[in-house]
Design a protein around this ligand. Sequence first.
Ligand SMILES: O=C(CO)COP(=O)(O)O
Length: 248
Amino acid sequence: MARRKLIAGNWKMHGIAGDLGEITRISMASETLSDIDTAICVPATLIERASEAAPGFVIGGQDVHAEPRGAFTGSISAAMLVDAGAETVIVGHSERREAFGETDAQVAAKAAAALAAGLDVIVCCGESLDVREAGNALETVGKQIVASLPGEIPEGKLSVAYEPIWAIGTGKVAGPDEIREMHAHLRGELGKARGETFANETKILYGGSVKGENAGDILHLDHVDGALVGGASLTADQFIPIMNAAAR
Ligand SMILES: O=C(CO)COP(=O)(O)O
C-alpha cells in the first residue's frame, strides 16, 4: 500500500515573526510537490501568523494539554491550537517526556484531545542510548508507542515518529538497518495492537539529524513514510532539499 510521505518540521523553541519568510518559501516549494505532504510545527506564538503567511500550508503545534480548559497556567488546549490555525500537533516528543516527565498515558490523553478537536497528530517515540546499547530498543519503543496511542483514532489522522534520542540534534543518524528494523517492528506492533489496516495506513516517520545530505538514503527505506526534522527545518534552504528527496 502506498502511503504518501510526510515531511514535518519541528521548530522547537526557535522562531519569531522575522522568521516567517522561511515558512512562506517552504510553502511555495510545497505547492510544486503534489505527491508529498509537508507541515511545520512552530512555537504557539507563531501559529496564527504562520497560518496567515502561508495560506493552505499545514502549520502545527508542538504540544497540547489533554484537558479542554481549566486552571493549567501556561498550557494550550487543542481547541486553542485549532482556533489559531493549526491543523496538526506533535505529542510525546522525547524532549517533553524527559524535561516534563510526560508518561505514555499522558501522551495518549493529549493525542486523544487533539484528535477530538479535529487535529492530525504526530506521536513520538524513541529510545535512549542506554536502552539501545543494552539491546532493548525494539522492545522498549514498541511498548512505548502502543501505550502512547489513544483509544479512538479516526482513519488517516495519526502518524508515528520514531526518533532515537541519541540521534536528536547530535548529527548522529541511525543506520539504515537500525531504521528499517525499528520501523518494521513498530508496524508489526501497531498491527498486533490495532489491526493490519491501521498499521498499513499509519505513516511512520524517522527523526534525528535528518538533513538534505542524508534524507535520500533514509526516506526511501522500507517502512519509512517521511521525516520529523528539527534543526534543518529552520530554514527553507535546508528544508526544501529534504522535501525534494522525499518526492523523488
Ligand atoms: O527532535 C527532532 C525533531 O522532532 C529531531 O531534531 P534534529 O533534526 O535537530 O536532530
